[in-house]
Design a protein around this ligand. Structure first.
Ligand SMILES: *Cc1c(COP(=O)(O)O)cnc(C)c1O
Length: 225
């Protein structure tokens, strides 16, 4: 019952229109089912094998989101069913998602992952790289993807001002893209700003997030063993 309780408390704090992606990576199927029974339908995973296993075990009306770094050679395993890939972090990966989308006759929903954090370890496009790619016009040729918005992760630190400034930059970039009618009219809708995790989602919502990705605050600490 703890999971239901945690979900209810988080939902009570979400701003209107903000969707909740329950990050279930490293947690066993039974815990996902507990969340499902508490009416949660969006789950986020960051490993392909684990996602494929859980997709087979849970009811078919779950929306599976992929949120981790995705290797190009593994896109094919999730391409038939994934509802949203938050972590489109390179042109090479976008091309492969597109290829698999065309192969399966679908436009796979993706978010452009931005790298604004100070760590070297985070994947993603810088804002300049992203503009350069959009200006190349290549996106017009890619009919196997549906770009639905952006995703970012703030620098992992205790400094709320730091998170806030990164979220604000991401949202400003999203707003600019949203104003580019040639770009947004290529997609079914362009309306997702995926930002905020357990420790920083309140700040992310204040800065315009429309989708938060919360794991620990729902399922507890992950057991990486
Ligand atoms: C693991 C993960 C989360 C969830 O983090 P919590 O701190 O457990 O809420 C969110 N986003 C991404 C990209 C993650 O990898």
């Amino acid at each position: 019952m703890q999971i239901k309780h945690n979900l209810d408390s988080i939902k009570a704090t979400l701003s209107e229109g903000v969707a909740l992606c329950a990050v279930s990576k490293y947690h066993p199927e039974e815990e996902l089912i507990e969340a499902y029974n508490a009416r949660q339908r969006i789950f986020g995973e960051s490993h392909v094998q684990e996602l494929v296993r859980k997709e087979a075990a849970l009811p078919k009306d779950v929306e599976w989101h992929f949120i981790g770094h995705l290797q190009t050679n593994k896109v094919k395993y999730i391409a038939p069913f994934v509802s949203l890939i938050h972590s489109a972090d390179s042109v090479k990966l976008i091309r492969e998602i597109n290829r698999q989308g065309e192969r399966y006759g679908r436009r796979i929903p993706i978010l452009l992952q931005l790298h604004l954090a100070q760590e070297d370890s985070k994947y993603g496009f810088t804002i300049e790289e992203c503009w350069r790619w959009i200006e190349s016009g290549e996106y017009k040729e890619l009919n196997g993807i549906d770009i639905r918005g952006i995703m970012t992760m703030a620098t992992y630190c205790d400094d709320e001002m730091q998170w806030r400034s990164e979220f604000r930059k991401a949202k400003a970039f999203y707003d600019e893209l949203k104003g580019n009618s040639a770009f947004v009219s290529s997609y079914s809708s362009f309306d997702i700003v995926s930002m905020g995790m357990s420790h920083d989602y309140r700040v992310a919502m204040e800065e315009g997030s429309t989708m938060v990705r919360i794991g620990t605050a729902i399922f507890g600490e992950r057991n990486y063993g």
